[in-house]
Write a protein that binds this ligand. Structure first.
Ligand code: SAH
Length: 378
């Protein structure tokens, strides 16, 4: 065994390490290789937060581990539950930065919406998170911790096989996951490991605004489902809504989708399309969308715009959304209108923003005002 570290040295956290990193850490500590599997089981299958609970290990070894390492979870600085059952956790990391994680329960599944960055650099004009300046990428450990905190709160340890409340993961929270590719990939490998959190790649969807070069890598290396925030069918409009379009315009983005490894009729790419009144919601645009998607195994998610304080857009009318959906549906694509969830706690798409971060100069109210999140479709 290694000699104990001097007490002023911070103890490294084992939670959030991948298998190779955990093995290397334990080897450096003088532990036998089989310890990696044991620790993995306790950390990711049982979810323990205290070495003392690792009862298959000798008491002396547990104590030794506890002097050198921690099993740290970020603090939950705020937890909210919507009237529709959606839950939102604001997590605070030791450096004071915060992100949000949202759980959306449905009849046949439960989806956890996970953040990949503190803030976001994309500045999509309809997105509340985009009004927050990027502070930093999340580490793999901070991404994995979001799932572990949800499992803690939902009482889901040991990782259940049946009747899970966290069945699906969507990387649709704060940030652009493909701008933090390495950490997202490391986190997803931990999440997908069948002996731990055990969420299959078929139940994981990564959403991107269209970082074209990283899309292929994501398909080849992670093979998770892909969602693309398209939102417009013409470059001039998409340039305004999703400024990243100026770098990777629609044609290039759709080419990357066309060759996305693993996409098939059984595993379609989801195209997210936010419904903004008078901006992108005409029947002609619905027909153009159908034309653009030709040759791509696709489904379309129509997202009614969720308002936030100071937002420069309005949500399309219900009949406009229905007409748009009908046109896409008649062309053979599934085109559900996504029911906004958790609007009363600002947990719906595009409403995530940690209040602790200063808004930009041109900015908007720093604190979300739940009363402004009235449901237009009530
Ligand atoms: N950066 C990634 C991940 C964030 S996903 C991406 O752009 O895909 C967040 C999803 O919510 C995206 O589809 C985004 O376009 C959508 N969204 C953002 N703001 C919204 C709002 N105010 N109302 C409804 N949907 C919104």
């Amino acid at each position: 065994m290694a000699t104990p570290a001097p007490c002023e040295a911070p103890r490294p956290n084992l939670v959030g390490l991948g298998r190779a990193a955990l093995a290397a850490e334990l080897a450096g500590f003088g532990a036998q290789p089989f310890r990696t599997g044991q620790l993995w089981h306790w950390i990711y299958h049982r979810g323990v937060t205290d070495f003392a609970a690792m009862t298959s290990l000798s008491k002396a070894f547990r104590e030794e581990l506890a002097t050198h390492y921690t099993l740290h979870r970020p603090a939950v600085s705020r937890a909210l539950t919507s009237i529709d059952g959606t839950r939102k956790w604001l997590l605070r990391f030791p450096d004071g930065q915060e992100v949000e994680t949202v759980h959306i329960p449905e009849e046949d599944r439960g989806t956890l919406c996970v953040s990949s960055q503190v803030g976001c650099t994309l500045s999509c004009t309809f997105c509340h998170t985009g009004t927050q300046r990027l502070v930093r990428n999340l580490t793999a450990a901070e991404i994995v911790a979001q799932i572990m905190i949800a499992r803690d709160a939902l009482g889901e340890w040991p990782s259940p096989r049946a009747d899970r409340q966290v069945t699906n993961i969507v990387l649709m929270g704060m940030g652009e996951p493909l701008f933090n590719y390495d950490n997202v990939a490391e986190a997803l490998r931990i999440v997908m490991d069948p002996e731990g959190l055990s969420i299959s790649r078929r139940k994981i969807t990564l959403s991107t605004a269209g970082v074209v070069p990283a899309i292929r890598r994501c398909g080849a290396e992670l093979a998770v489902n892909l969602a693309v925030s398209l939102h417009a069918v013409r470059d001039d409009i998409r340039d305004r809504l999703v400024p990243l379009n100026r770098k990777y315009p629609i044609a290039e983005l759709l080419d990357a989708c066309r060759s996305y490894p693993g996409a098939s009729n059984a595993r379609r790419i989801t195209f997210e399309y936010i419904m903004l009144k008078g901006i992108n919601d005409s029947p002609a645009e619905a027909r153009e969308l159908v034309r653009l998607l030709a040759g791509i195994p696709a489904k379309v998610n129509l997202i009614p715009f969720n308002p936030w304080p100071g937002a420069p857009f309005e949500c399309s009318s219900e009949p406009a959304i229905a007409a748009f959906s009908d046109i896409v549906f008649a062309a053979g694509y599934s085109a559900p209108v996504r029911t906004p969830r958790g609007r009363d706690i600002l947990a719906a798409c595009g409403q995530l923003k940690s209040a602790s971060v200063r808004p930009r100069k041109s900015g908007h109210a720093a604190l979300p005002q739940p009363d402004l999140a009235a449901d237009r479709f009530a």
